[in-house]
Design a protein around this ligand. Structure first.
Ligand SMILES: [Zn+2]
Length: 317
């Protein structure tokens, strides 16, 4: 009997990662392509290359495998239409159909959604949300993505793009955001946003901080975390600021959705001890009495390496 597997494909601006995942959430085999390598080719050629790579994973695995479907996590992926639409970080602009291209090769379910939605499904299927029906996933990377699960279902919304919490407003007349708007949450809480805040705080700081000696273009969240661990007060303040900002936005999320938990995913969760007390403090101070001390704030249980592939495969499973 061949082992049944779903293909999980994570389309990112830098890499396209893909793997074959069994029903228990084991990634049996995986590989990646450099997305930018296809920049001067058309979208159909890029899809063809993904198809060929998946085929070779299937053929070269040590035991026989049976592919049951393909799940794609992609920036601005539309679940309803199977397309990616105006993705800012990909070489192909406008609207392109993953579903149409892949149907040339497979007579199987082909499911598309954005990467944060895929991460939420991955958490529900294989991670810390296995028994939950109402939770929200916030993915902190270059930007801030989110996926909303309500009544056990991922919320896609009328147009297929529901759950853009990163582009909900945070500060009146605030920082310029990549989406064209000003003051979006993502402009403050994402790696780019946190570093923007950090540079401002370093410039205005009167005390001694190790962070002042790092070239501001080189500064990373990792640097801030190292400094915080060594007791650098400004680094600790930067995480406090980020944690409070997350708590404020989470209180808003709770008032809309009353989730059981809010998950955080991304490298930032390594600084959990510096963030969590401020997230929780701000959240519980701001929510209505009926929600106080009820909503769990948790770090994702999916490993950063595999989460995108697992999440995309969970679309099929
Ligand atoms: Zn925005």
């Amino acid at each position: 009997m061949p082992i049944k597997v779903a293909a999980g494909i994570d389309i990112g601006g830098t890499n396209t990662k893909f793997g074959l995942v069994d029903r228990q959430g084991n990634t049996l085999t995986s590989d990646k392509l450099k997305t930018a390598q296809f920049a001067d080719q058309n979208f159909a050629q890029y899809m063809e290359a993904i198809h060929e790579s998946i085929d070779s994973l299937l053929k070269n695995y040590t035991s026989p495998l049976e592919l049951i479907g393909l799940g794609f996590g992609a920036p601005n992926g539309n679940f309803h239409t199977g397309t990616i639409e105006y993705a800012p970080n990909l070489p192909w602009k406008d609207i392109h159909s993953i579903k149409q291209e892949m149907q040339k090769h497979y007579d199987l379910p082909i499911i598309v959604t954005n990467d944060a939605n895929a991460a939420a499904l991955g958490e529900m299927k294989f991670g810390g949300a296995k028994k939950m029906k109402d939770f929200v996933m916030l993915t902190l990377g270059t930007g801030l993505g989110s996926g909303i699960i309500a009544n056990g279902q991922l919320i896609y919304g009328h147009d297929g793009f529901a759950g853009e919490i990163g582009h909900s407003s945070f500060i009146l007349d605030g920082r310029q955001c990549n989406c064209g708007n000003k003051g979006c949450f993502e402009a403050y809480v994402s790696s780019i946003g946190i570093l923007h805040t950090a540079r401002e705080m370093i410039d205005n700081y009167d005390g001694q901080t190790k962070l002042a000696s790092i070239d501001s273009k080189e500064l990373s969240v990792k640097h801030i975390h190292y400094a915080a661990k060594e007791g650098d007060q400004l680094a600790i303040e930067i995480f406090k600021n980020t944690g409070r900002s997350l708590g404020i936005k989470m209180a808003e999320i709770v008032s809309y959705l009353s989730p059981e938990a809010i998950f955080l995913f991304g490298g930032i969760t390594k600084a959990w001890d510096f963030l969590y007390p401020h997230i929780e403090g701000e959240l519980n101070q701001r929510v209505m009495k009926v929600f106080k001390n009820k909503v769990k704030v948790l770090a994702s249980e999916l490993s950063e390496q595999n989460a995108a592939i697992l999440g995309a495969s969970a679309l099929v499973w």
